[in-house]
Every structure is written in structure tokens, then in C-alpha cells.
Design a protein around this ligand. Structure first.
Ligand SMILES: [Zn+2]
Length: 429
């Protein structure tokens, strides 16, 4: 494979600016500049009537849950989890299930322009294996619960698993490890603190669910006579590298604490909408100083991993909620899924196309009725484009998809395998 190439597009979103009719130059997986002309002999990809953007970073997923997509819809979070998802996970989770399901997720991520994921699940070593095969990047989150699962029996076993998986992938540049106590309603403060200490001592990200539903707030109040935010603040969760998914039920004092600590938040709007968990106060969190990023959550509660659709919803829903069309403009929302996400996950050279940054980008075709005319390419991306318009994805300078065909995976075989799993799961309904 060439380790250097040019790629031409009508629009390139370079260093935060829209550039037109230029050649992006990539060498050894890094961006090496943007040029008006290219008379060299170096391999050149021409993408006429197209635009190039830095690829997306999804900051909250449970990738293997794609196999539970559509299995239980239209239910409250607590019923959905306890009556459907957890029993199914208990029955079906295995190394093979997790690996096969993650490959299916990878296909969906590639087609929708996402090259980096912050995941939380079990059998995490199999997720890493599938991500490496797909040639994507991931923060592999080791799920931790107070109760036993097929993955581990108690806090020590969960953390031992984390240790083993951390050692397995310590030389793999595509993979980082995170510790993921699931939430305060499934992990008690003492065990949560053990996860926090482990993350801090091993320089790993802490990733958890926080203040997702009103049920959670009441339950935590009943158990500990405190709010989830106050408990996590008390044990120092906001003082270490960490990211918090959802953050819906917060009072103004809590928003101010999260803002002062510059907390990273994974906003999962469509999952919150589908489970009717309400609306995260993103405008207030943003103005308070939080770093807002976007996650799709698992495909069982969304029901897809499409960040482009998610961004469009985020931009529009908060305008409507705040009766203010000027908030969450296209650049702000785009940066949530790129630059802000890279910052939250400590990827120092991702999230933007500029010299010496990772060549992680996608090409989107403008050769569509819904892409004409173009006045502002970023506006088209957020409000008009569809993920099916994405034709190519490069990650670390490696072509992962070209002309809508995935090069790193056998998509047809992966879909066939997924249908086979679906039939098996359906038989035990
Ligand atoms: Zn989640």
C-alpha cells in the first residue's frame, strides 16, 4: 500500500476552514499539507463533486448491542434493561457473539464516516480484535458491575480482566483502554472508587453513565440520600480523565460543578429521546464550560450508530427546546463530533485535518439532488447530507472504504452471520 498520496476534492474542511479545489497530501498516515496544484508522480485520488471532512469520533457506544437492534422498543429504560436487555445478554453473550457483532458495527461505522469509538461493554478483548481487523481506532471500555456476569464475578475479577486486556493491547496504537463502571445504580460508591483509583493509577480514561433517567435519580437518593453528581464529585470522578454519558437530570448547582471541572460529556440525544428520558441541558452545560461531545449509545436504544443523523438531531432539537435558532450552530455541532471528542478521549492528533495530524477523513459525494446547490458545505453536511452519501473513509492514512466498498472487512459475510445470530436469538423469544 502507498504510504504517500494526494487526494483532490471540491471542498476540504482543513484546519477549521472550508478550502476549495485543493489536494490534500498524506504521508505515513499523517496529513502533510494542502496544495493548489499537484504535478508530482505520486499517486493521486481524484474525488470530483465531493467534499472531505475529518472523520467522526463517537464518544459513547456499546458496539456488540447491534445484535439486539430492534429487539425491544418503545419501553422505559428500567423495563427495557431489566426485562429484555440484561436477560438476553445473560443468555447470549460470548466471545464469538461479541466479535461477530462488533464486525457488524464496524461496517455501519465505516459507512457513516466514523473512524474512532469510545466503547463500553464486556468481552472487551474481542471488541479490540474486531476493531483492529476493521482498521479503525477505539477506546475499549472494560464494563464493571457489582453483580456477576459471564465476563466476571466481582469487582476484583472485573479489574483483573481490565489488567489482562490492558497488557494485551499495550503495543497497539489503534487501541486505548478505559475503565467503565456502568453507573451508580449498578456499581456502589465503594466499588466505583476502586475503578476510579485503578483508572488514575494506570493513566486510563474513566467512562460511565450519569444522571440518565429520573428513576436513577430517585433510586440513588433512596439508597444514599444524595444525587449521582454529588456522589461522583465526592469521590473525585471529575478530577481525573473521564467522560460521562447522558447527564440529563442535573440542577443548576450541579451544572456549575461540571462546568468548573471542565467535565467531558457524551451527549446521547436520540437514545434519550427513544427511551423518553428527557433532554440534557446542553446549552447550559456548554456555557458553564463543559466539553460536549456526541455519542449514539448502543444500537439497541437508538437504533443506529450514525453520527451524522445524530448531529442533525442535536443541532435542531436544542434550538427548538430553547426557542433559539442561533444556538448550536453547524460549526459547534461538528466540533462536538470531531475536535471536542478527540480532546475528551486524549487523542492529541485527531479531530481536525492539519499538518502532522492523523489522516482520518471521509469523502462525501455531492452528486445528489439533495446536495444542490451548495452555499455552505458544513451546513450541507449537518442539515442536508445522508450517511449513504459517504463514499470513502481513510483512517491513519489507510483506505478503509473506497467507492462505498469496505476494503478491510467482508461486509456480505458479516451481514449473513448477523442474520444467522438474529434467527438464533429470535428462536428463544
Ligand atoms: Zn450507554
Amino acid at each position: 500500500m502507498d504510504n504517500k498520496f494526494f487526494i483532490f476534492a471540491d471542498y476540504i474542511y482543513y484546519n477549521g476552514n472550508i478550502e476549495q479545489n485543493k489536494y490534500l497530501y498524506v504521508e505515513d498516515g499523517l496529513i502533510k499539507g494542502l496544495f493548489k496544484e499537484n504535478n508530482s508522480e505520486i499517486r493521486t485520488y481524484i474525488r470530483k463533486n465531493s467534499a472531505i471532512f475529518p472523520s467522526f469520533i463517537n464518544t459513547h457506544t456499546h458496539l456488540p448491542m447491534v445484535y439486539f437492534r430492534g429487539l425491544a422498543d418503545d419501553l422505559p429504560l428500567n423495563d427495557w434493561l431489566k426485562k429484555y436487555i440484561w436477560p438476553k445478554e445473560n443468555k447470549w453473550l460470548s466471545s464469538e457473539f461479541v466479535y461477530d457483532a462488533t464486525l457488524l458495527s464496524a461496517c455501519e461505522l465505516i459507512h457513516s464516516g466514523t473512524s474512532t469509538i469510545n466503547d463500553m461493554y464486556f468481552y472487551s478483548e474481542k471488541i479490540a480484535e474486531a476493531i483492529i481487523k476493521a482498521k479503525l481506532n477505539a477506546v475499549i471500555g472494560i464494563g464493571v458491575l457489582d453483580f456477576p456476569t459471564k465476563f466476571a464475578r466481582n469487582i476484583n475479577e472485573y479489574l483483573n480482566k481490565a489488567n489482562t486486556i490492558k497488557e494485551m493491547y499495550k503495543c497497539c496504537s489503534n487501541i486505548k483502554i478505559a475503565i467503565c463502571p456502568h453507573s451508580l445504580y449498578t456499581v456502589c460508591p465503594d466499588n466505583f472508587k476502586k475503578c476510579l483509583d485503578y483508572s488514575f493509577n494506570h493513566n486510563l480514561l474513566l467512562h460511565t453513565h450519569l444522571a440518565e433517567s429520573s428513576w436513577e435519580i430517585e433510586e440513588i437518593k433512596k439508597r444514599y440520600n444524595e444525587s449521582p453528581v454529588n456522589i461522583l464529585n465526592g469521590i473525585g470522578a471529575f478530577d481525573i480523565p473521564s467522560i460521562f454519558a447522558h447527564c440529563v437530570y442535573l440542577n443548576d448547582k450541579e451544572i456549575s460543578v461540571l462546568g468548573q471541572k471542565r467535565v467531558n460529556i457524551a451527549h446521547c440525544l436520540e437514545s434519550n429521546l427513544k427511551l423518553a428520558n428527557g433532554f440534557s441541558p446542553i446549552k447550559k452545560l456548554l456555557y458553564a464550560g463543559c466539553n460536549i461531545t456526541i455519542g449514539t449509545d448502543g444500537a439497541a436504544s437508538n437504533n443506529d450508530l450514525d453520527l451524522l443523523g445524530e448531529m442533525s438531531s442535536v443541532a435542531k432539537v436544542h434550538k427548538g427546546l430553547n426557542l433559539d435558532p442561533t444556538i448550536l450552530d453547524v460549526k459547534t455541532v461538528f466540533e462536538m463530533s470531531t475536535l471536542n471528542a478527540a480532546k475528551a478521549l486524549k487523542y492529541n492528533k485527531k479531530g481536525i485535518l492539519k499538518e502532522n495530524y492523523s489522516a482520518d477523513f471521509f469523502v462525501i459525494s455531492l452528486n445528489k439532488a439533495h446536495a444542490s446547490p451548495i452555499y455552505n458545505i458544513l451546513s450541507h453536511l449537518i442539515y442536508g447530507a445522508k450517511s449513504s452519501d459517504i463514499t470513502d473513509l481513510f483512517n491513519n492514512g489507510i483506505p478503509v472504504m473506497m467507492d462505498s466498498k469496505i476494503l478491510t472487512l467482508d461486509e456480505e459475510a458479516i451481514i449473513e452471520k448477523s442474520n444467522w445470530w438474529g434467527r438464533k436469538i429470535k428462536e428463544t423469544y
